[in-house]
Design a protein around this ligand. Structure first.
Ligand code: ATP
Ligand code: MG
Length: 418
């Protein structure tokens, strides 16, 4: 049996990195007053149509959608923001504090061609700052993305940022762009020809060099932005300058989701090859209202954990603390006696592994040696008869007998040596 194409088991050796990422995110985000939220993996398909947009890659070709037993249209969430906006509305989170700062880490699903850094089930760490129009909110979230990446030793990155204006500004620009590109219709690739009718802005970030060449002379979105959009963007840039966060303004950066306005940004890294975007985000002032909630300006981002993992696994050394006591036991009948020892170990917080093999003591000790544990407890017939346990130090091959009533005191001492 194999896992489904584009999905992966995460085995214990790798889990330590996941825990590391979670812990760092938790620490940094908690100190900035972000609170974790977990929303269902399943949502009504309609949610993503209404938020991400019908003409986006995600909705168009990447969603895992199906009808459930009750014939409801269900989708495995392809991203986090739409679900959080939905949760914000359904739980009336707008009734409590003015600003909701939320973060999540969880599985997302997109039907894509699997390759390095691209899976069908993948994970995102994301944050949403809900309820502020201030450009400082944009800076807060961008700064947190960078702080998390740096803390995780993911340091060779580039922050690209752009303003995509508001809906009206984009509408006017879109017409101009279509007008211009219509002159080159036959030179466009099939994908861009389709996008000309459905999502023309996405043509701007086409990787096709011929299209990039055509775009050189195209009208620029920047020139269609009114002062409100421009001021918002300029203020973000001046804060980033102050913070010494270097960034590149990429006028062609539009992002693949419909709900963004004003700020769009991406963080890329040279370490990943083709799948080089590690973080994507932006401002979404209309989304919550569009989904039936009150007008609530917001901004957020998502980091792809699998791509982050490729970088940090080579970069971060995590000390695996696997020091434990091996418990060798001799006879099934005496097993009820071992629980007292186990309870003591738990109380004193010493890790242990109980041998379950029914093998001879000799073989059990051999396995303890193989595991490189320092100390082995032996609980055999003699030990039971005389109310002690044998403590064997495997490296020096010395052993001692400790009476059960002394064991707790002994364990407190032992704790410092394993
Ligand atoms: P890409 O252009 O690589 O497809 P995207 O624009 O679709 O990315 P977003 O929707 O912005 O990605 O998601 C944010 C981040 O989630 C990405 O930058 C990436 O790190 C990660 N991500 C997106 N899709 C996948 C996937 N299929 N497998 C692994 N990670 C992914
Ligand atoms: Mg994608």
């Amino acid at each position: 049996m194999q896992p489904l194409r584009g999905t992966k088991d995460i085995l214990p050796d790798e889990i330590i990195f996941w825990q590391h990422i979670y812990n760092i995110a938790y620490e940094i985000l908690t100190s900035s007053n972000y609170h974790e939220i977990r929303t269902p993996l399943l949502e009504n398909t309609d949610l993503f149509h209404r938020s991400i947009g019908n003409y986006t890659d995600i909705v168009n070709k990447e969603m895992y959608s199906f009808a459930d037993q009750g014939n409801r249209n269900i989708t495995l969430r392809p991203e986090g923001t739409a679900s959080i906006a939905r949760a914000f509305i359904s739980n009336k989170l707008y009734l409590t504090p003015k600003i909701n700062r939320l973060w999540y880490l969880g599985a997302m699903f997109r039907y894509e061609r699997p390759q390095k850094g691209r899976q069908r089930q993948f994970h995102q760490l994301g944050i949403e700052c809900i309820g502020s129009t201030s450009p400082i909110a944009d800076v807060e979230v961008i700064r947190l993305a960078i702080k998390i990446l740096e803390e995780l030793k993911c340091i060779e990155y580039t922050l690209e940022i752009n303003s995509i204006g508001d809906m009206e500004e984009r509408k006017i620009y879109e017409l101009e762009l279509i007008n211009y590109l219509n002159n080159y219709k036959n030179d466009l690739d099939i994908e861009s020809q389709t996008r000309l009718n459905t999502n023309p802005l996405r043509i701007l970030d086409s990787k096709n060099s011929k299209i990039q060449e055509i775009l050189l002379e195209a009208p620029k979105l920047k020139n269609f932005l009114q002062s409100k959009s421009m001021n918002h963007f300029n203020e973000i840039c001046s804060h980033l300058n102050y913070l010494n966060i270097s960034y590149k303004i990429n006028e062609n950066l539009v992002r693949g989701l419909d709900y963004y306005n004003y700020t769009a940004f991406e963080i890329t890294t040279q370490r990943l090859g083709t799948q080089n975007t590690i973080c994507g985000g932006g401002r979404y002032d209309q989304l919550i209202q569009q989904l039936g909630g009150p007008k609530t300006p917001s901004v957020g981002w998502a980091i792809g954990i699998e791509r982050l993992m490729i970088i940090i696994q080579n970069q971060v050394k995590i000390q695996k603390n696997d020091n434990k006591i091996y418990i060798a036991i001799q006879n099934n009948k005496i097993q009820n006696r071992i629980w007292n020892v186990i309870k003591m170990l738990e109380e004193i917080k010493i890790k242990f592994e109980l041998d379950l093999s029914n093998n001879s003591l000799y073989k059990q000790l051999k396995r303890a040696n193989h595991l490189c544990v320092k100390v082995c407890f032996i609980i055999g017939e003699e030990e039971i008869k005389n109310d002690y346990i044998t403590i064997k130090w495997l490296k020096t091959r010395t052993q001692q007998q400790v009476k059960l009533y002394h064991l707790k005191g002994y364990l407190n001492y032992l704790k410092n040596y394993i």
